[in-house]
Design a protein. Structure first.
Length: 276
């Protein structure tokens, strides 16, 4: 009988088989990309769509968190498929960007574009979102720091409880990718498009991209510690709101409020930087 310190031959064989299987899949996808790049054949494109379809479900699930109950995730998936197809058709491997990263931006953008076209956010809610943003801009300028919820509530002449309820309503307006924020007053440049390109030939464009990333990093750094944690875990660590709630020891509903607050504050800071 094998000792506790000696791996069993069967276990080693299974792991080796799994590694070979994963390598075979990866090699097959590389070959599929190569064939599609040479022929642009729609049947090959459809095979790539099937392979990367789980990305659509993942992004749709994240975008769907906090949306009204009448918004069907299946509809988000359908919109996201169009984004995936667009990503496959426009992807340029020579730019050095990982396809999954590029595709998730395109998928999320297609879903958000479809949601915006439906105008599912009531006009009154959009108006309240603008009220919060203007109040944040005034307080940022006056205090030279991120205001607390209590200070924001006082500025808006409402109670802290009413502000929390307002955050819950404004979840509808904060369904956006973090890369949407970097495009404030910059023509909608996506975060993926600001990543370094080893083959870039335009140094001016590179400087602009670096400046955009720097401004976003500075805006995040000015958030409160809890807001920074929510932004980092949600957008960079890809945790769900429920998972973030377990990390912070709060309910998913409270994380939704924190996410909404963080997005509004980021937007306000980026607008302030652009106007400054």
């Amino acid at each position: 009988m094998a000792s506790a310190e000696t791996p069993s031959p069967g276990g080693e064989g299974r792991r080796a088989s799994e590694r070979r299987s994963a390598d075979d899949v990866e090699a097959g996808i590389v070959a599929l990309w190569r064939s599609y790049g040479e022929s642009r054949d729609h049947s090959l494109r459809d095979r790539l769509v099937l392979h990367y379809a789980p990305l659509v479900k993942y992004v749709a699930g994240r975008v769907g968190t906090g949306l009204p109950a009448h918004v069907d995730v299946a509809d988000l998936v359908q919109s996201g498929i169009f984004g995936l197809v667009d990503a496959i058709e426009k992807f340029e491997p020579e730019r050095g960007l990982k396809f999954e990263t590029y595709a998730m931006q395109r998928i999320r953008g297609a879903i958000l574009d479809d949601l915006r076209s439906q105008d599912w956010v009531p006009r009154s809610v959009r108006s309240r979102a603008r009220d919060v943003e203007r109040a944040l801009e005034r307080l940022n300028a006056r205090l030279q720091r991120t205001p607390t919820d209590a200070e924001l509530a006082t500025e808006m002449k409402i109670s802290l409880g009413e502000l929390r309820e307002l955050y819950a309503q404004l979840q509808l307006t904060s369904v956006m990718a973090l890369d949407d924020l970097i495009g404030v007053n910059r023509g909608g440049t996506s975060l993926a498009e600001t990543l370094p390109d080893d083959h870039a030939e335009d140094p001016i464009a590179t400087l602009v991209d670096q400046d955009s990333r720097r401004q976003l990093a500075e805006a995040i750094a000015q958030l409160s510690e809890r807001d920074r944690v929510v932004v980092t875990l949600y957008y960079f660590e890809n945790l769900t709101l429920a998972e973030i709630g377990r990390v912070l020891g709060v309910t998913e509903s409270r994380v939704c409020q924190l996410h909404t607050r963080a997005v509004l504050r980021l937007r306000s800071k980026l607008v302030e930087q652009a106007e400054g």
